[in-house]
Ligand binder design. Sequence first.
Ligand code: G
Ligand code: G
Ligand code: MN
Ligand code: NA
Length: 253
Amino acid sequence: AALEADMRRALVNDEFVLHYQPLMNMDGTMAGTEALVRWQHPQRGLVSPAEFIPVAEDSNLILPLGRWVMHEACRQLAQWAGNKRTAKLAMAVNVSAQQFHRPDFVEQVLEVLTTTGARADKLRLEMTESLLLKDVDGTVEKMQRLRAAGITFALDDFGTGYSSLSYLHRLPLDQLKIDRSFIWAAVKEDSGAAIVRIIVALGRALNMSVVAEGVETLEQLNFVIAEGCQSYQGYLFSKPLPESELLALIAGL
Ligand code: G
Ligand code: G
Ligand code: MN
Ligand code: NA
């Protein structure tokens, strides 16, 4: 509850910031970035979302925080559109279940696009298996409305939740992100490699591009390239960065 009150104060004081982790194509070009929120706390320094997102999700705070993230990511996306070096980048935003299942979620996102001038076809929403399976009919309906505007969808942390393969084909997903635990296991155990292979085949069968998450070593990168992943994220290329550092990185590519 102390943390919750502190977060309310932080929202008012504008203490949250977004960092951006590159999503890399296998040819070395940058496909886009994933926006990841951090809390620039006046006393505690940079606080990880692993610490405050679960607290925000247990209260209603995830709603104003999620709105702030969506707005800030789209503002940044619109700004990048005006620069040759960054114009092609897509922006991925993580969406919490509470946020998505609000009745006005679709209108909220469309309004943010209008307000910021960001292009819908550059915005990708990342959602987890449990979020998507909560109310499949309602979920599909919302996704289709957002999709009609040009927004795309990624299934995040794939393999860690309770996926139901029977529902997966009903969801209009564009991208499947393999959870990092499988990428790490893949170069350690035969069974891990087999799981990655199956997930890539599943993605291909369902017409989704497949992203390897948490790539930390060249061995892992070579493995996921060989298995047919289309892109990757991970510390091997870059951790999530403040915008200024991301731009410096892009300038050096
Ligand atoms: O950036 P980092 O790996 O520390 O993030 C930790 C966790 O917090 C991840 O599961 C990530 O998805 C989640 N997270 C980061 N930013 C956001 C956000 O803006 N919204 C939501 N819902 N989750 C986020
Ligand atoms: O749950 P989600 O996939 O949205 O969370 C992304 C999280 O993964 C972020 O907190 C980010 O910092 C973290 N991350 C990204 N790449 C790597 C990596 O290569 N290794 C580790 N350990 N974490 C990573
Ligand atoms: Mn994510
Ligand atoms: Na993920």
